[in-house]
Design a protein around this ligand. Structure first.
Ligand code: GDP
Ligand code: IMO
Ligand code: MG
Length: 424
């Protein structure tokens, strides 16, 4: 295992945290490349449940170095709370490193995220409200504040005042809301600087050194392919590139340094937030899957929308990420259903068949899924410890997914625990 990228193949929450935690047992360095605390990655280990938002999911192994790359947007308050929370549970975070180029989420980003969603009304994106979009907007506009700015109080004050005053104009004049108290913001953030200083290191250099030394490096994706700013269901997406290509710019390594790309998917589909979802099940069956799969957001607690497995989405994910294998989670959730459906293609209103995921939202909204029925399986899969122990119908379901997506399933999830992962 020299270097592996782990990405979400659907709309996020595919179980990336669990897969990273499992692979991290054999890794020297785990790095996050994009997103921020919109992510919620669950790791279950020894009966303990950890919900990680910014800290990489390799943190539970003391010998594993963990990096937050330059493509991540960092809310220092959330990061420090997360570090404190881990330390309170006996976990050390001394092996954590944060890239000085990473952008900072400021209080005005969070305020503007909420105000913009409110202004959109029924057309809202359904964001996590963590200030992610506004922070990436400032990064692209070249007016953002970075971790390196925070390390020098004078530089930080000058840049933050200029940026904050401008945002206060928007908050007061466009949204007609009270301004933020800039002095309070300065004080708060300069307090964080004291504590964050020790963690700052060039993550691009760290990753390069590790790769040159033949060490094992894991890149932890956040969100998922259909939330990608370019290849997702725009505008119902996040503001970064969660696909594998985002790792290069979000860490500072070249594409030639990536050996494997693992796509994580659920055995069905879920999504939080607004936007089209062709195989969505809005009735009783959708509720059944939500309850059985405990499909409630790890970050916001929102109920996740649920639906059948969509091979059109997975083929898109295999292509845009260059997936070399798939980790298919939550097979156990589907046990007990008489028939399972897999969407193999979409039918357009004119009757023509679409095999590739369409770029236009309007085109997608007009598509009807074409299903193939497969026999369901029963039993508690949670205790299975080998692929051959799975019911035959379950293996047939997995193997049909492989055929339809053109990608090998190398890991199968039968429960949230570390040991509930079957490697093939
Ligand atoms: P992430 O954002 O991709 O890391 O995924 P989340 O942690 O947001 O959501 C995945 C949820 O599914 C978590 O509660 C996991 O503990 C759980 N999970 C992961 N794999 C499996 C599995 O194979 N079976 C079951 N039942 N739960 C799983
Ligand atoms: P993990 O890493 C699922 C969704 C939000 C919303 C859209 C934009 O746990 O898989 P944002 O706050 O990013 O501007 O919201 O993206 N979203 C996620 N959905 N899992 C995530 O992360 C998500 N991060 C963002 O619900 O629809
Ligand atoms: Mg999640």
């Amino acid at each position: 295992m020299p270097s592996k990228v782990v990405v979400g193949a659907q709309w996020g929450d595919e179980g990336k945290g669990k897969i990273i935690d499992i692979l991290a047992a054999r890794a020297d360095l785990v790095v996050r490349a994009q997103g921020g605390n919109n992510a919620g990655h669950t790791v279950e280990s020894g009966g303990e449940v950890y919900k990680l938002h910014l800290v990489p999911s390799g943190i539970l192994y003391e010998g594993t170095l963990c990096g937050i790359g330059c493509g991540v947007v960092v809310d220092p308050k959330v990061l420090l709370e997360e570090i404190d929370g881990l330390q309170a549970r006996g976990r050390r975070c001394s092996q954590l490193r944060i890239d000085p180029r990473a952008h900072l989420i400021m209080p005005w980003h969070i305020r503007l995220d909420a105000l913009s969603e409110r202004a959109l009304g029924k057309d809202k994106i359904g964001t996590t409200g963590r200030g992610i979009g506004p922070c990436y907007m400032d990064k692209a506009q070249r007016s953002g504040l970075r971790v390196c700015d925070l390390l020098d109080p004078e530089i930080f004050r000058r840049k933050a005042y200029a940026a904050g005053e401008q945002k206060n104009e928007i908050i007061t004049r466009v949204y007609r809301q009270p301004p933020l108290d800039m002095e309070a913001v300065m004080e708060e953030y300069l307090g964080y600087a004291q504590r964050l200083r020790d963690y700052v290191a060039d993550v691009s250099v760290l990753a390069d050194e590790a790769l040159r030394a033949g060490k094992r490096v894991l890149f932890e994706g956040a969100q998922g392919t259909l939330l990608d700013l370019d290849f997702g269901t725009y505008p119902y997406v996040t503001s970064s590139n969660p696909i594998s290509g985002g790792v290069c710019t979000g860490v500072g390594i070249g594409p030639s340094r990536i050996d494997e790309v693992i796509g994580v998917a659920k055995a069905y589909t879920t999504r939080v937030g607004e936007g089209p979802f062709p195989t969505e099940l809005t009735g009783e069956l959708g509720c059944y899957i939500r309850e059985r799969g405990r499909e409630f957001g790890a970050t916001t607690g929102r109920p996740r929308r649920t639906g059948w497995f969509d091979a059109v989405i997975l083929r898109h994910a295999v292509r845009v990420n260059g997936l070399t294998s798939l980790a298919l989670n939550k097979l156990d959730t589907l046990a007990g259903m008489e028939t399972l459906k897999i969407c193999t293609a979409y039918r357009k209103p004119d009757g023509s068949i679409l095999r590739d995921f369409p770029p236009s939202l309007e085109e997608l909204a007009g598509c009807a899924p074409i299903y193939e029925d497969l026999p369901g399986f029963t039993g508690d899969l949670g205790g299975c410890r080998g692929y051959e122990e799975l019911p035959a119908a379950c293996r047939d379901y997995i193997e049909r997914i492989e055929e339809l997506c053109g990608c090998r399933v190398s890991m199968v999830g039968v429960g949230p625990g570390r040991e509930q992962n079957l490697e093939r």
